[in-house]
Design a binder for this molecule. Structure first.
Ligand code: PLP
Length: 360
């Protein structure tokens, strides 16, 4: 048995992979599988409608929010969000909790918006969360941008420690959407690339407060970059990423069958809790992220010696444990425990880490 701890694209539910295989096998002769027919076909229309309904059900998305399925990944949202929403003050505020908040800030700046990093925990290697300054004047900004889960550094704003702002709030939930509950109405827009907790790469979900979008003056914004065009055409303004939406719909069904976000959260607390508990009692490994800010999906740790970490991650492959090396920018280890990661993977990982520790 092997386990894959990749941070993204990440492991998909086994049942979903089986269904995908069947889809291709069943349509081998007819050449009418989901990737070979029109996105306007009844078959695909039903899928995209059902995917939206399931996501609405799972996240309890209120009716005054639109849901759209786009391409371009989280990175395109770094531009699309400011283009659509930083229109009045041309100014966005950012809480810098890791590499992806910085990337969003840079992208907004490069398309001509003003940006202000209100607080950053870069100097603490992002092992803590930045806090909103008490003198933050939300009225000077179009919105505040946060990343709910820093995929690389492993710190997360859980629902209980979200920054409290009187202004608009946009969240990048790419690496923990559906892994833990958030109140959608606490945000004015949310986005997430698909390839971690939602399915394969190629589809990006955006959840948009319609009344806020309606206030925007979008002069000069091209048609593909306008959320309204995608909303008006039910995510089919242009050809949909049909395979990714198809697989996303299967993943959403799977999450519902498991018991929804509450059950995923319970399992993720259990899986990550077990791993953190082991790391915390160990004299050999350290999980450096502050306890209240710890990610449930990307568990970052180290032996304190990056060369040794690299060698251990390599050794893990022989034990059937893949993709445990931390991001190239930080080194160490990163075990990604997305929804589809079975609890047995965590047990196998702890057993391996224990053995290494004993032999050290
Ligand atoms: N935001 C977060 C939190 C991510 O983890 C990633 C990718 O890993 C991105 C944004 C960028 O997403 P993409 O590669 O889909 O553009």
């Amino acid at each position: 048995k092997t386990y894959n701890f990749s941070a993204g694209p990440g492991v998909m539910p086994e049942e979903v992979i089986t269904t995908i295989k069947q889809e291709f096998e069943n349509n081998e002769r007819s050449h009418m599988s989901i990737v070979e027919i029109s996105h306007r076909s009844k078959k695909f229309q039903n899928i995209i409608i059902s995917a939206e309904q399931k996501l609405r059900q799972l996240m309890q998305i209120p009716d005054d929010y639109a849901v759209v399925f786009l391409q371009g990944g989280g990175s395109m949202q770094f531009e699309m969000m400011p283009l659509n929403f930083a229109t009045q003050h041309q100014n966005i505020a950012v809480l810098d909790s890791g590499n992806f908040s910085k990337k969003a800030e840079e992208a907004a700046r490069q398309i001509g918006k003003n940006t202000t990093i209100l607080a950053s925990t870069k100097d603490q290697h992002y092992q803590k969360l930045p806090t909103l300054p008490s003198n933050f004047d939300a009225s000077a900004f179009d919105y505040l941008h946060i990343v709910t889960n820093s995929t690389i550094e492993g710190a997360a704003f859980h629902q209980a420690n979200l920054p409290q702002t009187s202004g608009r709030l946009i969240a990048d939930m790419s690496s923990n959407i559906l892994a833990e509950p958030y109140n959608v109405s606490d945000f004015d827009a949310i986005f997430a690339g698909g390839q971690k907790n939602l399915g394969p790469a190629g589809v990006t979900v955006a959840i948009i407060k319609k009344s806020w979008l309606a206030e925007q003056d979008l002069t000069g914004v091209g048609p593909m970059m306008r959320y309204q065009n995608h909303i008006d055409k039910q995510s089919m303004y242009n050809t949909s990423p049909v395979f990714s939406v198809y697989a996303l719909d299967l993943v959403l069904s799977w999450v519902i069958e498991q018991g929804g976000v509450a059950e995923m959260h319970r399992q993720n607390l259990e899986k990550s809790g077990k791993l953190y508990a082991y790391l915390d009692q160990s004299d050999f490994y350290t999980a450096p992220v502050e306890k209240t800010a710890r990610s449930l999906t990307n568990i970052v740790f180290t032996t304190g010696n990056l060369e040794r970490d690299k060698a251990i991650a390599q050794q893990a492959e022989a034990a059937g444990l893949f993709n445990l090396a931390g991001h190239r920018s930080v080194g160490g280890f990163r075990a990604s425990l997305y929804n589809a990661q079975p609890a047995a993977a965590v047990d196998a990982l702890i057993a391996f880490l224990q053995k290494v520790e004993q032999n050290a």
